[in-house]
Design a protein around this ligand. Sequence first.
Ligand SMILES: [Fe+2]
Ligand SMILES: [Fe+2]
Length: 270
Amino acid sequence: MPASLADCAVAVLGTADARAKTALSRRCAAAWFEGREQGRPMPIGTARPPDRPARPAKPELLDPRDVPRRRPGSAAGRLAILHAIAHIELNAVDLHWDIIARFTHVPMPAGFYDDWVKAADEESKHFDLLSDRLEAHGAFYGALPAHAGMWRAAEDTAQDLEARLAVVPMVLEARGLDVTPGMIALFEKAGDADTVAALEVIYAEEVGHVAYGSKWFHFLCGRHDHDPKDRFHDLVRRYFHGALKPPFNVEKRAEAGLPPDFYWPLAEEV
Ligand SMILES: [Fe+2]
Ligand SMILES: [Fe+2]
């Protein structure tokens, strides 16, 4: 077991095999929470995260325009959706460990690390659940091509913790809340109860990840005396490429601490 939380993060980021990455991620999370509960917390430490996380040789990473589109109503279409979500979850594992290792120079309460370690642990579980579903359908993670460029948000916000929080949990993960109910309906219609159950777990836990983003974004705005809404608009316009896409899941976004006046002005200005 790595000696510090930052070393844990770099070890997970440096693990290429997807199942090995999620297994190490979950062991590190368990060690962190065990230390916290027993009153002898693992040190945060410092470490240099890689510019890009290690990833398996497969899936082949393609420009989003070159990823083949399949009809969502077909079995092949549903498999492609599962594969795409698994890819997003694996990226999320790396994103959460990256925020832990990359911003250790910004003094943050221990609760900040609790939240992102928990989120990383949950993303690891999500990836495993989806890989299990792919395997139950005779496929596996790596069997299809996947989107390249998912790490772009991390690179764009590598110098600015507030921007990272605005773009990753509060824009990208909030987008997950918008689209997941439609995916659940699709698998319900296909009678795939096990995939529906996996997606329900993911949907419930993703609300928490958006809420962590909002909580720590507001915390930093308080520290720097910024108006959170103005700051959010400013950072998203600067660091996120493109407008936010309605329809929005107003209810789940509100539950996660994202009121409409945060996101609507960013959708309307296309
Ligand atoms: Fe997830
Ligand atoms: Fe998430």
